[in-house]
Design a protein around this ligand. Structure first.
Ligand SMILES: [Zn+2]
Length: 220
């Protein structure tokens, strides 16, 4: 990496990770949501080696990778330290949040535990898009702390108005934040060669570095 360039993001197949990480991330396993529908957990993750990379990598002009991996003791102990892992679909979420930021007219702040949660996270009793890296709990927009019904419903409407891809939780179930998600999307980066969903994989390790396609979005 030349000086000043954003670090390349390493993409890993979670089947290739060690036993402990596989048991935490559970790639390819089926989990049920609150309505008893089954969803297959993601398999391809960005590996975030350290805090420096987490803060340097920007997914969009206004959203850094670090904002999606903020968690506390509710997360599995192994994932409270680097390297951390986050499903590749987080890139899509960041894109939508960037549009939301424009429509909402203020900076969008994701809560601790409000981005990616592993299946072992204490707030992951059922499948929720947070486990896919495609959901965000937002507690503050611009200078407004989202604690009133009026504010939450105002920003819910703005988020919903952006795209049919976006789901928001009604005020009744998310009374101190705005929850937006894109559903159970998994993303296979183009740099990856897919394999059958079996473990262990042949010819390990298999990983790829995602090219940072735009350098002009840094420091936005
Ligand atoms: Zn949420």
């Amino acid at each position: 990496m030349s000086e000043g360039q954003e670090p390349a993001l390493k993409v890993v197949d979670a089947f290739d990770l060690d036993d402990e990480l596989r048991s935490i991330l559970r790639p390819g396993e089926m989990v049920r949501d609150g309505a008893n529908r089954r969803h297959r957990l993601p398999r391809y993750f960005y590996e975030v080696p350290d805090h420096r990379v987490a803060t340097q990598v920007r997914l969009t002009p206004h959203f850094g990778l670090n904002e999606f991996i903020l968690s506390d003791l509710k997360e599995a102990p192994r994932l409270q330290n680097f390297p951390k892992y986050i499903p590749c679909a987080v890139r899509l979420l960041a894109f939508y949040l960037e549009q939301f930021r424009i429509a909402a007219g203020g900076s969008v702040h994701i809560a601790v535990n409000g981005g990616y949660r592993s299946p072992a996270h204490k707030m992951s009793p059922n499948a929720t898009p947070h486990l896919w890296g495609t959901a965000a709990d937002i507690y503050k927009i611009g200078g407004s702390i989202l604690k009133t019904r009026e504010l939450i419903e105002k920003f819910n409407a703005i988020a919903e108005g952006l795209s049919d891809d976006i789901f928001v939780s009604p005020y009744d179930t998310a009374a101190d934040h705005v929850h937006v998600d894109l559903g159970y999307i998994t993303l296979v980066p183009r740099e990856i060669s897919e394999d059958r969903m079996e473990q262990p994989q042949e010819s390990r390790p298999r990983f790829a570095f995602e090219e940072r396609r735009r350098t002009d979005r840094r420091n936005g």
